[in-house]
Ligand binder design. Structure first.
Ligand code: SF4
Length: 351
């Protein structure tokens, strides 16, 4: 079992992160926030996929004004992502954002004070979001490449800035687009602060490479007990980010949700259509919320063992296909093409 690093508990709308609270999965919309209808529709889809905190980009006042309209109709906390504009930050808070994400160093001190005072009044946290791509020029100096040390320096500087203004309701992120820099930066920061950490490999890439990078990077950190909320960042449908985020947490047994599929890679011993069955079973189970372990195994070599550990399993057994439920063989069929139908009936009974 992974021992999590204890961090300060921070409340974000109707959710809490840090301490012993579950690591929450978040995502970000890619609609124009000012178009409240389109943004709402995307958030609804993301909520359904399992998104637990949603962030929206707020580039202007029109977008900030849409925040309250959106908030009224969603169930998850809304985070407003703001850069440079004090007015937009203030308006987003006034409109009911549950948290804002800023780079404090991008604001003049007086403006930052105003934002902090309003955040304090509304009891909302602020995420200090450090990205390697937008590091302060004085830290970067003449270097072309940002180092983890530079990112941590920037984060600590911003934390200090906020603390000196009497603000401690903080979450921190420290993202780079590659695994090693990001991991190193978070490891170093986790030693120095006890604020909750929002994990992510930023701009990780497309669905395939971004998923792998995110899983590797966040996996390493989460396994060390670092991280209180995660955002997978993909150049793809945000619903995919949520799906990947959940799979990362499920694979480390940090959270449970829905179906966990165990399926073999197939080989010369395979006696059922494992690939086709797995695809079909993934499709019909991706909306199930109840935690279930399902195994699809090509033969009895490992099939019976995996079937024993699964809630429901299909196992190829020479001329037959077996259906196992809670570790026991409940059906043996010679017409192997009927096994999917039988499986579906049993699944329906279970959920
Ligand atoms: Fe091959 Fe059987 Fe292993 Fe599947 S479970 S990969 S069919 S040996």
């Amino acid at each position: 079992m992974i021992k999590r690093k204890r961090t300060k508990i921070i409340k974000i709308g109707n959710k809490k992160i840090g301490g012993n609270f579950p690591i929450l999965v978040q995502s970000m919309t890619n609609t124009k926030t000012a178009d409240a209808k389109a943004t709402l529709s995307q958030i609804k889809k993301l909520e359904k996929a399992g998104c637990e905190i949603i962030r929206v980009g707020v580039p202007d006042l029109k977008s900030a004004e849409a925040v309250s309209k959106i908030k009224k109709k969603i169930n998850v906390p809304l985070v407003a992502d703001i850069h440079f504009s004090i007015d937009v930050a203030l308006e987003s808070i006034k409109q009911g954002a549950d948290k804002i994400r800023i780079n404090p160093g991008n604001f003049p001190k007086e403006g930052l004070k105003t934002i902090i005072n309003l955040a304090k009044k509304k009891k909302i946290p602020i995420r200090i979001g450090i990205n390697s791509g937008s590091l302060e020029k004085d830290i970067l100096g003449k270097q072309r490449r940002v180092t983890p040390e530079m990112m941590v320096k920037s984060a600590l500087r911003n934390v200090k800035l906020m603390e000196n203004l009497g603000f401690y309701n903080l979450v921190i992120s420290l993202k780079a687009p590659d695994v090693l820099r990001t991991v190193k930066a978070y490891e170093m920061l986790a030693e120095k602060v006890d604020y909750p950490l929002h994990l992510g490999i930023t701009e990780a890439g497309g669905e395939f490479s971004g998923t792998i990078k995110s899983a590797v990077g966040m996996g390493v950190l989460l396994q060390k007990g670092i991280g209180d909320t995660i955002r997978v960042s993909l150049s793809a449908d945000p619903a995919e980010e949520v799906r990947v985020g959940w799979e990362i947490l499920k694979s480390l047994e940090l959270r449970e949700r829905g179906v966990k599929i165990v399926s073999c890679p197939t080989c010369a011993r395979t006696s059922i259509d494992v690939v086709g069955l797995t695809k079909k079973i993934e499709n019909i189970t991706n909306q199930i919320k109840k935690p279930l372990r399902i195994a699809i195994m090509g033969c009895v070599v490992n099939g019976l063992g995996e079937g024993r550990e699964a809630d429901l399993a299909i196992v190829g057994a020479g001329k037959m296909a077996l259906l196992m439920r809670e570790g026991k063989i409940v059906t043996k069929v010679k017409e192997k093409n009927k096994i999917f139908e039988i499986f579906c009936r049993e699944l329906k009974r279970m959920v």
